[in-house]
Ligand binder design. Structure first.
Ligand code: URP
Ligand code: ZN
Ligand code: ZN
Length: 506
């Protein structure tokens, strides 16, 4: 047996360890076959020299919005996944969105397959956004989606008028999800609190983009997160609270986890790196930073979320890539009415699919590092893969896994032409490969970026020799298994219940 590819002279970082730099990776038929010393070279073996750089698993971005009807000028599967591989992400999980008027999920699924088939540069799967969870859909269609179509997760909204579900609908879905082994993702913000504040801000003429952050305070996220956790505890259902932005919500998750409940948390780079002051940028540019939950006000908010990543409260670190262009009639400028800003009309969401991995990797470097390299691997690759039914295939570096890898630049690499310039690489919209006309990280300096991205043993991104060299359509649809509970466990007693009480009605 000879390897198709051997990667040598790199420091491999897995979810558990940083390996001896002499350990090589042997790849055959797209899979990692061996990790070992001096692997045998055959006549056809390609040898890739990592030149002393770190090698991490390809990123698994488990929260991206591609080809969404409500973002007509956002990324589609081609442009979004092109950005993904240029930033080291090799698997994305995107949303297939049910509209309220859809009374079956199968045509919706077929439509999303149609949007993605032959278009994707990286491997992909779908979560379903449920907005009209009829009895038929919950009881008859969800089992088929999980068992036949490989879609083992749903996202539910507690806010946004066209999408939000009431507690009873959420409970009904949780009951089904528990039986089926579906992972339930929840967008937790209190819709009525937001509506009240928005109306009162508008009545006072406070409609600039910045007031978006005032209209969705931390307490709105905290209350809804606590409620979602209570619903999950009642029904003994694993859930993931998506895009957590605030310490209050995080503390509810942490508290539930200390009681061993299967409650997972997700956060995103923008809640670790950006503040609401960006929404005060002049000339309506503050709209570029409008997302929900909103960016928070204080550096202490960022530190709190970093703490949650470092202490394991957050299971996954995703991009929540939800771009709309700034200079487009269908993008952020929808929030301008007769020359005046109206924050409630600004499409929510930020681009971030390409910058997620480098932004977080850079926080593992140097004396001010926020997390370790293994924590980076766990939160950006391994745990999202396991949680969403891709464990053992994606998200780690070990025999049997797909050979999805990122090779970074060797430590000390100079990005600037000037050899004395150690300032690193400066992020700009013009260097990115997604289809958005801005990045919220414009001007930010990074000390590293993926040099090579490899998917199933194929180099698809070679930053110095051609950039994106993978092909559109190389990405495969992933039929996922049922997800694993990564944090806590099911089967515990809900608070105050006696033994066997839940079984009387569950
Ligand atoms: O602002 C955001 N996050 N927009 C995308 C939709 C969502 O709720 O994830
Ligand atoms: Zn959301
Ligand atoms: Zn989202």
């Amino acid at each position: 047996m000879s390897f198709d590819l051997i990667i040598t002279n790199g420091t491999i970082v897995t979810s558990a360890d940083i390996l001896d730099p002499k350990v090589e990776i042997g790849v055959k038929d797209g899979k990692i076959i061996a990790l070992g010393y001096s692997l045998p070279r055959g006549p056809k073996t390609q040898v890739l020299d990592a030149e002393g750089a770190y090698i991490t698993p390809g990123g698994v971005d488990s929260h991206v919005h591609l080809a969404q009807a409500e973002s007509p000028d956002g990324d589609n599967f081609e442009t979004g996944t092109r950005g993904a591989i240029a930033g080291g992400t090799t698997t994305v999980l995107a949303f297939a969105s049910q509209r309220r008027t859809d009374d079956s999920l199968f045509p919706v699924l077929e439509a999303y397959h149609g949007k993605a088939r032959g278009q994707s540069y990286c491997d992909y799967g779908f979560h379903f956004i449920l907005t009209n969870p009829t009895k038929h859909i919950v009881n008859e269609e969800l089992p088929v989606l999980v068992n036949k179509e490989g879609i083992s997760s749903v996202k539910l909204y507690m806010t946004y008028e066209p999408m939000k579900l009431d507690d009873r609908a959420i409970l009904d879905i949780m009951m089904a999800a528990r039986q089926l082994g579906i992972t339930t993702m929840i967008h937790a913000e209190n819709s009525d609190m937001i509506a009240l504040i928005t109306e009162r801000l508008e009545a006072r003429g406070l409609t600039d983009p910045f007031y978006h952050s005032v209209s969705r305070p931390q307490i709105a996220e905290g209350e809804a997160t606590n409620r979602a956790i209570c619903l999950a505890e009642l029904t003994d259902t694993p859930v993931l609270i998506v895009h957590v932005s605030s310490e209050m919500a995080m503390n509810h998750i942490r508290e539930a986890q200390t009681r061993m409940l299967p409650i997972h948390g997700e956060t995103c780079p923008h809640y670790l790196l950006l503040l609401s002051e960006r929404m005060q940028a002049p000339d309506f540019e503050g709209a570029k930073a409008v997302c929900s939950p909103p960016l928070r006000h204080d550096l202490r908010d960022l530190s709190a979320i970093w703490r949650g990543v470092a202490n394991g409260t957050f299971t996954t670190l995703s991009s929540d890539h939800a771009p709309t262009k700034f200079s487009s009639p269908y993008g952020k400028t929808l929030g301008m009415k007769n020359g005046f800003p109206v924050f409630r009309n600004i499409p929510n969401g930020l681009p971030g699919i390409e910058t997620r991995l480098p932004l977080i990797f850079n926080q593992t470097i140097g004396p001010n590092a926020k997390i370790s390299l293994t924590q980076f691997v766990q939160t950006t690759s391994t745990k999202p893969a396991r949680l969403y039914g891709l464990g053992g295939v994606k998200g780690d570096i070990a025999p049997g896994y797909d050979a999805d890898l990122v090779i970074w630049y060797p430590p000390g690499h100079r990005f600037a032409a000037d050899p004395d310039d150690t300032a690193g690489l400066c992020i700009s919209a013009s260097m990115l490969h997604h289809n958005c006309d801005y990045t919220p990280y414009e001007g930010m300096k990074l000390m590293n970026w993926p040099r090579y991205t490899i998917i199933r043993g194929q180099i698809v991104w070679d930053r110095d020799n051609g950039g994106v060299i993978g092909s559109k359509g190389f990405g495969e649809f992933l039929k996922r298994k049922k997800g694993s509970v990564v944090t806590g466990q099911t089967g515990g007693l809900a608070q105050g219940m006696m033994d066997g009480e839940r079984e009387l009605w569950l």
